[in-house]
Design a binder for this molecule. Structure first.
Ligand SMILES: *Cc1c(COP(=O)(O)O)cnc(C)c1O
Length: 227
């Protein structure tokens, strides 16, 4: 059963209202982009969110991204990739030409991706994923090495267009711990703004208002939009 038009409008309105409140508490000029994460939903659900007004969507598997992009190729959507990228899927992702890849999680992956981009004469806009809460279950570079890795990619991977950073908030109930993890990423982002960083992608359904309060300007919202 796919989501109804009414439910899609209601969900999107609720998210937008919360985002508006949170961003205005930061500043009138703080703009936040909403990426609808459709990984647990079907293409028809994405089409409903599109009708409700949402334009940017993201997936965490290359195969699912390809499926939805193909199903919905008539719609003027932008597509983001937010999942772990396996080496054997790099070529497939390049061919899909996503608007932004949020999950560049190591220098090694960057070098591999850059080499394949180079051979196809393509570029890809990417964010460096930071494991700000230092969780074993999460991908990403450690906060201490984030600046060095970012600059290394800028210098040595000319086909990767680095546009900022991404983090997933700490996987705990304690708000202060989640907030700390967001602050870690925000301070790294601030240091990288002089080097061209534009996006600080953090905040999901459970914590996007907190992420925005901490300076996020791009949130990845799944269940709040699609359920
Ligand atoms: C699934 C996912 C989201 C969205 O999660 P919700 O809690 O459903 O909003 C955001 N970012 C990434 C990387 C994800 O995998």
């Amino acid at each position: 059963m796919s989501i109804s038009k009414e439910k899609a409008v209601e969900n999107l309105d609720k998210v937008i209202t919360k985002v508006e409140g949170a961003r205005l508490r930061v500043s009138d000029h703080h703009i936040v982009k909403i990426i609808g994460i459709s990984k647990y939903s079907q293409s028809e659900d994405v089409a409903m969110l599109y009708k409700a007004g949402q334009r940017a969507f993201g997936e965490n598997k290359v195969q699912d991204l390809k499926q939805k992009m193909t199903d919905l190729d008539e719609l003027p959507l932008e597509w983001h990739f937010v999942g772990r990228l396996q080496k054997n899927k790099i070529n497939n992702l390049i061919d899909l030409n996503p608007t932004l890849m949020h999950s560049l999680d190591s220098l090694e992956l960057a070098q591999e991706l850059d080499k394949k981009l180079e051979s196809k004469n393509k570029t890809m806009s990417c964010l460096l994923q930071i494991n700000s809460a230092k969780e074993d279950s999460k991908a990403g570079v450690m906060p201490e090495e984030a600046i060095t890795v970012y600059k290394n990619i800028l210098e040595n991977c000319p086909n990767i267009k680095l546009k900022g950073v991404m983090s997933i908030g700490a996987h705990v109930d304690d708000r202060d711990t989640i907030k700390n993890s967001f602050m870690v990423t925000k301070s790294i982002y601030d240091e990288l703004v002089p080097f061209g960083a534009k996006y600080c992608s953090m905040g999901m359904s459970g914590d996007f208002e907190l992420a925005i309060a901490c300076g996020s300007n791009m949130i990845r919202v799944g269940s709040s939009l699609f359920k």
